[in-house]
Write a protein that binds this ligand. Structure first.
Ligand code: 9MR
Length: 369
């Protein structure tokens, strides 16, 4: 029989127990609590707390929430004279109950409009729509929602204004009007312009010009929301850093509002998040249907670590970092730009287990202690 030193046995057992419990009690929101909010996007089921395991993960890890879909106009304002706040009421109540920062997404966006809105063809009708829509929704949650995406995705990739139904009917004045209406309905709430690919130089220049114009015309704009639908290599850390500096030099907050990192191939060199761009798939385009290889898992962890290191460097300029979804299985990136793939863009996997990416984000803070 081998001799077991009883002292060593007790010490190693205690150490093992304390390491496990430390890992289990640490959370993103706690370690980053003095830096910026750590948010997530909730599906309708998550707002209703339908899955107890997901629910406790959300409460443990995040202190800010965005509704992934249910506050878009087609859901909140399905008919001209009918609003539906059933789910958005539950969303706001969820955030309040859990003392979370509550972000409203989104008021004016060309996508996911109700069919009746798409038919609006003249400026009088569009003006009336914007006034009623923004005033009704922002006033309803006055003092309860902390920030709003007032306008979402108004820019083309070259920095010019998108030919949306709003631009076509009202001209570019719709932008400042939207911010003014939101401010009137809740003067204290933070108002954001939100878009993807905001680190690309041309689009960034367009966004900066847009924000300056809104300010010059007397609109209140408190922040820019960079969605952060990124991949393993792009955008570069240099472009992300330049963007943080240039946006914050306008005197506004910078938030990363929909962060996720795709690990899947993209032969079309597609960037961003234009939901209308969709393609047919094949097996080559879905290389990891069962499991993410360690080499890519490590790359993802390194990419997240370098991004969060940069965020920490500029924490005085950053208000919030929100992941677009709670865990991989829920991500929109399983269906965009090709339907039915298996992607791994978030810190939690399809079984809700934390990935290396999660540890790498958490460890950046632990190392500093
Ligand atoms: O994640 C959302 C997905 O479930 C919806 O089908 C899609 C439809 O518009 O919108 C996704 O969220 C988008 C967000 O609202 C705005 N920026 C791009 C996001 C990803 O497409």
């Amino acid at each position: 029989m081998r001799f077991i030193n009883p002292y060593l046995f007790v010490v190693t057992t205690l150490l093992a127990v304390s390491c496990t419990s430390q890992k289990e009690t640490a959370s993103l929101k706690d370690v980053y609590k003095n830096d910026f909010y750590i948010g997530t996007a909730l599906s309708a089921d998550q707002i209703e707390g339908k899955d107890a395991k997901v629910d406790s993960l959300i409460k443990k890890e995040f202190n800010a929430i965005t509704a992934e879909n249910i506050m878009k106009s087609m859901y909140t304002h399905p008919q001209k004279d009918k609003y539906d706040f059933a789910l958005s009421d539950k969303f706001v109540a969820y955030g309040e109950k859990n003392k979370m920062f509550i972000h409203g997404h989104t008021l004016i966006w060309h996508s996911q409009l109700a069919p009746w809105m798409e038919k609006i063809a003249d400026s009088t009708e569009m003006k009336a729509f914007m006034k009623d829509h923004i005033t009704t929704i922002v006033s309803k949650y006055k003092g309860r929602i902390d920030s709003w995406d007032v306008v979402n995705e108004a820019l083309n990739e070259d920095g010019t204004l998108r030919q949306s139904v709003f631009l076509k009917t009202l001209g570019e004045k719709y932008l400042v009007d939207a911010f003014k209406l939101a401010e009137k309905a809740d003067p204290k709430v933070d108002l954001y312009y939100n878009d993807y690919n905001l680190e690309d130089p041309a689009k960034r220049a367009g966004a900066i010009a847009l924000i300056k114009k809104i300010k010059a015309a007397g609109g209140k704009i408190d922040g820019v929301g960079s969605q952060g639908h990124w991949n393993l290599n792009s955008p570069s850390l240099e472009e992300i850093e330049k963007s943080i500096l240039e946006y914050s030099a306008l005197g506004i907050k910078v938030a990363f509002t929909e962060l996720d990192i795709t690990v899947l191939p993209n032969p079309w060199d597609l960037k961003g998040a234009d939901v209308n761009q969709k393609f047919e798939g094949n097996a080559q385009m879905n290389p990891y249907p069962e499991k993410l290889p360690d080499s890519i898992q490590n790359k993802l962890a390194e990419r997240y670590a370098s991004i969060f290191k940069l965020f920490l460097k500029h924490k005085d300029k950053i208000s919030r970092v929100t992941f677009w979804g709670v865990y991989d299985g829920q991500s929109w990136l399983n269906d965009w730009p090709i339907k039915g793939r298996t992607n791994y863009p978030l810190p939690f996997d399809a079984n809700l287990k934390h990935k290396k990416a999660y540890d790498s984000i958490l460890n950046l803070k632990k190392a500093k202690k």
